[in-house]
Structure formats: C-alpha cells, structure tokens
Ligand binder design. Structure first.
Ligand SMILES: *[C@@H]1O[C@H](CO)[C@@H](O)[C@H](O)[C@H]1NC(C)=O
Ligand SMILES: *[C@@H]1O[C@H](CO)[C@@H](O)[C@H](O)[C@H]1NC(C)=O
Ligand SMILES: *[C@@H]1O[C@H](CO)[C@@H](O)[C@H](O)[C@H]1NC(C)=O
Ligand SMILES: *[C@@H]1O[C@H](CO)[C@@H](O)[C@H](O)[C@H]1NC(C)=O
Length: 870
C-alpha cells in the first residue's frame, strides 16, 4: 500500500530535481503522516512559494509559517510525498515532521535534597555571585520546553513574594512567552495555542530554576527543604511551551518556538530534545545555525547513555557552533541520616516508603552475610533461616542483578523485619522502588562496610534515625556522572565539549506537582551551562559568539577524576572538564583552538599549533605542560559491540612543545607548535581512545591556567567494526504477512508477491558509518541493481551507533524488502521494482574516515543469494 505512493512521489521528483527530500534514516523515529517541513530558497517569497505548490496540484494545509527559516510546516492532503514537494521550484529542503519526547530524567522520592550553594561551590558560581555580584541581569534566556510555573516563588521579581508572567502582571521575571500547544497536545492531535505558558509537566520549570530560580529566602508560598539559588538569578525568561501535559512534541512546533524566541530578542536558547537521533541536516539544526549566525546561542546535552559505552554522544550538540554538555554528579547533598556506633550515615529512602525512617531503639541491626563475612543480597528467603530478624533492621547488599528492591523487600517483610537497608554497589545511593509498607532505604557502599564492621565488634549497638536532613559529602559526587554519554562522534571529533553539574540537582517544580524536586540528567547540566553563559554576557557587557564563549569555558574548566580514581577521566567523557565559572570570568588568557582532534593512526594529526593570547594588563610568562588522561579500550575481546563499560588503560601520548616557556606582552598572542606522539602502550588492534590536556600556566597566581583537550584513537579506525556481529547479525530472514519472522527456507527460494512473505534484512549498528548501504546484485552477472528501498526508507546514508537495548530487547534495525530498489545513489531517481530472479544481497557500510570508494572502503557482509519466484 505504501509502496505505490512512494513510487508516484519519486516519479514526480524525477521530472525536476529542485530541492532535496531528507529521508529519515532512523526507522524508530515516529513520523507524522502527511506532515512536512519545507524550506524555500532565500530569494523565494511566501506568496511565490504557495503559488508554486498550487501550480503543482499539491493540496495542503498550512500548520505554521516561518520567517527566519523561510519555510512552512504543512499537511498534505493529496497523494504527494516528500519527493514531489522537493521537486517544486523554489523549494530547498523537505523533511518529514518528526516527534520528539522530553529527555528522560531520574527523580527521587524527595528524601534527599542538594544544597544549592554546594553545587555552586563545585563550579565557582558561589564566588561569582558573592565577589563579582553577577546575576545575569539584562540577559534574556528562552526556555523552549514544557513551560514555566511562573507563579512559583522561585521566579518572583526582587521585592515580590510570588512570580508572575508579564502578560498578566508587572515586573515579572518571565517576561516573554507563549503556549504554542495547549494542555491537551500530544503531537497526535492539533495544537491549541493559548498564550499562557504555565507548566503542567515539570521539566521546563526545573530547567528554568537551574538557569535562574531563586529560593534562597522564600517567605510566602511553598518553601524548599533547603534554600537554593539558580546560576543566574536575575535573568529575564521567555517561556516557550512546546509540550502538552503528556506526550510528545513535533518539529513544526519547535521551529515556531525558536523563531518566536528569536523575535522576542532572547540571547540564549537551549532546546535540545530527546527522541529519534538528529542529523546535522535536520531542520532544527539548520535553523539553529541560522540563529547562531544572527547572534543567538544554542547548547545541547551530551545524552544519558553513559552505560552504553563509547560512540554514544548525542547528535544534538555535535555542530561546529554548538556545545555538547556532559554531566557531573553533585558533590554534596542534604540527607536524612542514621547513626550507629559513633558513625553517621546518609540514607535515601525507597519511594514505596516515601518518608524519613523513624524506628524504635529496639529495632537493632542484623546484617545478612555469608561464611566469609560478605554481605548477601537478600534475594533468597532461605538466607533468613535460623536468624532472628523479627522487629530488626536487616542490612543487605544492594546488588540488583538477581532480584529487585521490591522482591527482597517482600521477602524481608515475610521474615518479619522492621526495616531494611541496602548498601549500594558499586557506590553512591541508588533510588529504590521498595516494598509497600516497609521502611527501606539505600545507603552508601562505604556505609554498608562500616555498619557491618561495627556490628561484628558489637551486635548490640542501637540505630538512631535523624529528625531532619543534614548536609553531607556524597560518595561518588563531584565526579563525572555514570549516565553521561561517552564520545567520540563518527568523524572522531572530540565531543562532548564540557561538563556541568546535572546529577542530583534540587530545584523548582510546578506548585501543582510538589513545588520542588531533585532531578538528574544531562538535561540538568545544559541549563547550568546556559546560566553560566548569562553571567559571562553580563560580565563582558557584550555578546561574544557561541564558539568564543565555549572556548573560554573550555579553557578554564576543572580537569577531573572519576570517583576513587587517581588518574584523570577521559576527555571523551568529561570534555574539557567541569565548568569553572569563576575561572572563565576572571581568566586573563585565551587558548585556541578549543580542542585537538588527533584522529587515528592512519590520519594522525600529530603536529598542532596552539595560540595563547594574553588578554590581561601586564606582560605574562606562560609555562606549557601536558596532563594525561585515561585511555578507553572498548574492544578487548575481539568484540564488535563496544563494551558497555570501557576498560581504562594507561595508554598515554607524549607531547613536545617548540618552546616550553613563552613571554607574552599584554594584548598580544604567541603560537606554539605541539608535536604529539601516539602512546607506546595500548593494543592498536583494540582501538584504544587516548586523551589528555595541553596546559598553559601563567606565572602569576591570580590568573588560572588554561588548557586544551586532545583525543586520538590508536589503531586504524577504518577497522573498527560497524555492524554488530556478536549477535550473529547482519542476517537475512523472511518476514511473513502477519509480521512474524522466520528463517530463510533451505532452498533459498522465496515467493514474494507483495502481500505474502518478504525477505527482511536485520542489522545492528555497533558504531557510526558515514554511509550505510544494502546492495542488490544480479546473482548470475554480479551486476549492481540498486539499493534496498524498504517502506519509506532507503538503505543509503549515514548512521550513528545504536543503543544496546530498546524496551529491554536488543535493538535491531529491520529492512523488509519487497523487491523495490533505488538504482543510483541519487535519491531523486525512480525506484525500480525487480521481478522474479536470483539476487545477491550485501550489507556494506563505509568505514570511518575513508573517502568511500566501493568496495575497498566498505565493511561488507555477503548475505547470500535469494531466488525469488514471482
Ligand atoms: C534563487 O536562488 C536559487 C538558489 O540559490 C538560484 O538557483 C536562483 O537562480 C535564484 N533565483 C533568482 C530569481 O534570483
Ligand atoms: C536545555 O536542554 C535540555 C536538554 O539538553 C532540555 O532538556 C532543556 O529543556 C533545555 N532547556 C532550556 C533552557 O531550554
Ligand atoms: C534572591 O531572593 C532573595 C529573597 O527575595 C533576595 O533577598 C536576594 O537578593 C535574591 N538574590 C539574588 C541574587 O537575586
Ligand atoms: C554511499 O555509497 C555509495 C556506494 O559506494 C555511493 O554511490 C554513494 O554516493 C555514497 N553516498 C554518500 C552520501 O557518500
């Protein structure tokens, strides 16, 4: 059914090849049927564009029109597809409208709250507030999100007790904004804009609070558990609401919001969204680039796929002008505590319990441990045999590989315990679901060990539960967050760029949803960076370009270590390091470029130049040095799929400078040549990613050192596996009419009348490829016949790495094939329907950093021959 419309659409496109229709490569991206974004050529007016569409008999309805972008979002009622639209004169680009969701954040029951002044201590924002008295005054920040609860006291103007929105009040911090969609919008229905950007969802309010909320002294209205303040508490907000109370949003709405923010004069927006993978040519990026060229700034999150391993940094911050922001966990938190044998330990109560634990002194501790004295996980009821746990608090190991917290909670309850503590593995305090009615909490790993040791000395110690939270340094805090994604990107560029606090951030939440919440995610790190930019603008009284600000923040970030590590974390995880706003605002030195991409052994760019500029008032002498960081090895087992947790190795590059010390007069700059040598250590066949920092330290102590990160890959990146073969893919199978998949018949013969079974090709992308193809050749003559066309997808073009699992199942891309092929790489040519015959199928992916000559530059899998009987 779909096939016929595609044929006619592509046939029309073949007549005139004016614009370009961007075929979505991600089969998971949910598309809106008949919805398209079109961009006109710069010299084409709206009126002319509409006249041209009508002339081509396209029956459509306008959803939105865009000025800066020069285009429109339309719903097409006639049978025309994207290629037909692309063929209309004056049309430059056509995209399908895509859905976007809000990035996932993790939230916790509310038992622990972070102390906002501590999060600012990690980044120097506390000193910027106190000593420089900077608060982002006069800077406008657009929040393109789920709206803002502008009545929240954290958004009250100075002197006021309650926030407001300028359309309904005066002197409001939320001065601009619009609800582009309405409460009921899910992206499956029609937006009903109403102008009121009140947040019914939470995400936008929390993000705005991080940028510039102020709950340091709330007198009226809901009070926070602990006072906190945002990064730039005097910025002016624009709230552009693009989400309803539930569901998704879509490209047409995002574009409209970006234009509105631009027209309202916003200085900074950050609007990267979770959802299908974005491409550099996607419409939001095209518009973002345009807005950046007009002086606006755009930041994006690195992504929350840190447990997937390398090559996962999210596309949203990959642009040359945009910033990809990684996340660190907050170093401090205010937690309820339990005291035992002279020690005081923070705990994080389970959400099923939902409040502080308050048990009598008779509820003493009983650890469950084995003969070797090691804590047990509490997953087997038999552990409890012969131990008296009635009315006691049991301590178990929080290793959730065998059973969850609900299951072990239920077992403990049956055994009659009064409460349960689980020592987190490997460290920190996990969020537990828990079992209903059971006081249960996670404690830090080190707390578990301390309690066990104290118990072994004296089993009679009592547990004392605190009445309120207190501030503690958190195990694992102040370090890169585990969930923050690793780079590099498919061109071996060093991304993410920089990190900001995003784990365990306490802040504003809509009053209707509890007023305050503790959330974690790179979504929380991005607004921290945005707020810091606002402070920088206020300080410099100018608006430097996005890339220039990015460079200053990268130069001055704090190079950090993983929790309990003695060595620095890879630059492919932390970028230039944790943002240090004090240093960024007080530095008297600039170093450029802001990263060195050394690439792989084949393309090694070992000789680089760093320009050091003295922007201070006095002549300065700089000493150059080199700091090494962890190398990441993801292929120690001849695996195609990268390890979810890269192995850390000491493969260090060496660095020589043309001079080791330079004297630079005020206002002048000097270029120094740097010669890198690849690490001696490290197995090139396992492609270790090594990294480090080149540092320029001024002799005066009041100006911070500046640095530039570098990253390289030892070995030939062209040999890095692209297709995952660990699971036996790529594979050819047969998809039946009802959707079931079965193996190819032994005869190799398939009957493919359209309605019946069709061959299907299954692949998993283990790393990026600049050009993925599925090629069909004639089995007898070997003649190339074309690229597989599957539904609205052509197997031709770039692809990023996939996540390992999707809804708990291994992620797999499927191309079911009904005989349609695209005979050339030109997307506007007409697909050809093949008939009965004998065909060979090849899955061929261009290797990274190659020119793309076929077959030499491709990783090729021969899936065998297929005999098609018509
Ligand atoms: C408009 O721009 C397009 C693409 O840049 C160009 O091909 C065309 O000649 C221009 N037309 C006019 C009327 O300037
Ligand atoms: C900033 O980006 C994050 C994700 O990167 C997004 O969740 C958030 O809504 C954006 N915030 C603003 C200020 O628009
Ligand atoms: C935050 O709010 C409090 C209470 O209204 C006020 O005293 C304080 O000056 C504000 N801080 C900043 C930096 O705006
Ligand atoms: C992808 O590879 C094919 C086969 O070599 C080639 O014809 C096509 O031009 C390539 N496309 C891109 C975008 O590089």
């Amino acid at each position: 059914m779909k096939i016929t419309t595609i044929i006619s659409a592509l046939a029309a496109a073949a007549l005139v090849s004016a614009g370009k229709f961007h075929i979505p490569k991600d089969s998971k991206a949910e598309l809106q049927s008949n919805g398209y974004i079109i961009q006109y050529h710069d010299n084409v007016s709206r009126t002319n564009a509409h006249a041209n569409l009508k002339k081509h008999a396209i029956d459509y309805k306008i959803r939105n029109e865009y000025d800066v972008f020069n285009g429109a979002a339309i719903t097409v009622n006639s049978k025309h597809g994207g290629d037909a639209l692309a063929a209309v004169p004056g049309v430059k680009h056509v995209w399908r409208i895509q859905r976007y969701s809000l990035p996932k954040t993790t939230s916790n029951g509310g038992g622990k709250v972070d102390e906002a002044s501590s999060v600012h201590h990690m980044t120097g924002v506390d000193a910027v507030h106190k000593k420089l008295k900077l608060t982002g005054k006069g800077v406008k920040v657009g929040i393109i999100d789920s709206g803002i609860d502008y009545k929240h006291p954290a958004f009250a103007a100075p002197g006021a007790t309650e926030g407001c929105f300028a359309r309904y009040g005066k002197n409001c911090r939320v001065k601009y904004g619009w609800d582009l969609v309405g409460d009921a919008y899910t992206s499956f229905n029609t937006p009903i804009p109403d102008g009121d950007p009140m947040d019914c969802r939470g995400h936008g309010t929390h993000v705005a609070g991080i940028v510039g909320g102020n709950a340091s002294n709330v007198k009226v209205g809901p009070k926070p558990l602990v006072p906190w303040i945002g990064v730039a508490p005097d910025v002016t907000f624009g709230a552009y609401r693009i989400f309803g109370c539930e569901g998704f949003t879509s490209t047409d709405v995002i574009l409209a919001a970006m234009e509105m923010a631009f027209n309202d004069g916003m200085d900074i927006i950050n609007m990267s969204l979770g959802g299908g993978s974005a491409y550099k040519e996607n419409p939001t990026s095209v518009l973002a680039d345009k807005l950046v060229s007009f002086g606006m700034n755009v930041a994006g999150a690195a992504g929350n796929d840190g447990t997937e391993g390398v090559w996962m940094v999210s596309d949203t911050g990959l642009g040359e002008t945009s910033t990809s922001v990684a996340s660190f966990d907050n170093a401090y938190g205010a937690y309820y505590t339990v005291s035992y044998a002279g020690g005081k330990y923070p705990y994080n109560f389970a959400s099923a319990w939902g409040k502080a634990i308050d048990l009598p002194a008779s509820a003493t501790l009983v650890p469950l441990f084995d003969k070797a004295g090691v804590l047990l996980d509490g997953c087997d009821a038999a552990f409890y045999n012969g131990i008296d746990v009635k009315g006691k608090v049991v301590l178990v190991l929080g290793d959730y590989t065998r059973c969850g917290s609900a299951a072990r909670g239920a077992i403990a309850k049956t055994a009659g315990v009064a409460g349960l503590l689980a020592a987190t593995t490997p460290f920190g305090m996990t969020n537990l679901a828990g079992a209903p009615g059971l006081p249960m909490a996670s404690i830090e790993n080190r707390a578990g060990e301390a309690l066990l040791a104290a118990y072994k000395k004296n089993p009679k110690n009592a547990l004392t539960w605190s009445k309120g939270p207190s501030s503690v340094k958190v195990e694992g805090g102040g370090a890169p967050a585990e969930m923050s994604s690793y780079g590099l990107d498919g061109d071996l560029r060093s991304k993410p760029d920089i990190a900001a606090p995003g784990g365990n951030i306490y802040g504003a939440y809509p009053r209707s949803l509890g007023s305050y919440a503790l959330l974690s995610g790179t979504s929380m790190a991005t607004p921290y960076y945005v707020g810091s930019q606002a402070l920088y603008y206020e300080k410099t009284k100018s608006k430097p370009s996005g890339p220039d600000v990015r460079r200053v923040f990268k130069n001055t970030a704090t190079i950090s270590k993983n929790f309990n590590s003695k060595t620095y974390t890879s630059a492919a995880k932390q970028g230039a390091g944790l943002i240090n706003v004090w240093n960024a605002l007080t530095t008297t030195t600039h170093a450029s470029p802001d990263r060195f991409d050394l690439l792989d052994s084949d393309n090694f760019r070992g000789v680089q130049k760093i320009t050091i500029k003295n922007i201070g008032k006095k002549t300065e002498t700089y000493t150059l040095s080199h700091v090494v960081a962890d190398a990441l090895n993801s292929y120690t087992k001849k695996n195609a799929w990268p390890h979810p947790k890269p192995v850390i190795e000491a493969d260090y590059a060496t660095v020589k400078f043309s001079v080791n010390k330079v004297k630079i007069p005020a206002g002048k700059s000097v270029k120094v040549t740097i010669t890198f040598t690849e690490p001696k250590a490290g197995n090139a066949a396992q492609f270790p990613i090594y990294s480090g920092y080149v540092v320029a330290t001024p002799s005066r102590e009041d100006s911070p050192a500046v640095h530039v990160p570098y990253i390289g890959l030892k070995g030939k990146v062209r040999n890095v596996p692209i297709m995952d073969t660990d699971l036996g893919l790529p594979q050819l199978a047969v998809q039946k009419e009802n959707g079931d998949v079965e193996e190819l018949p032994a005869s190799g013969k398939v009957d493919w009348s359209f309605k019946k079974a069709a061959p299907a090709i299954f692949v998993r992308f283990a790393s990026h490829t600049p050009n993925f193809t599925i090629r069909i050749h004639d089995a007898k003559t070997s003649k190339f016949l074309g690229y597989v066309v599957s539904g609205s997808n052509v197997a031709l073009g770039q692809n990023g790495r996939m996540t390992n699992l999707n809804d708990g199942e291994p992620s797999v891309n499927k191309y079911d094939w009904h005989g349609l092929v695209l005979p050339t790489e030109d997307l506007s040519t007409k697909p050809v329907q093949l008939g009965a015959g004998s065909y060979k199928i090849y899955v061929a992916s261009q290797r990274k950093l190659t020119k793309g000559a076929y077959p030499g530059d491709f990783e090729i899998f021969d899936l065998g021959a297929l005999d098609i009987t018509a």
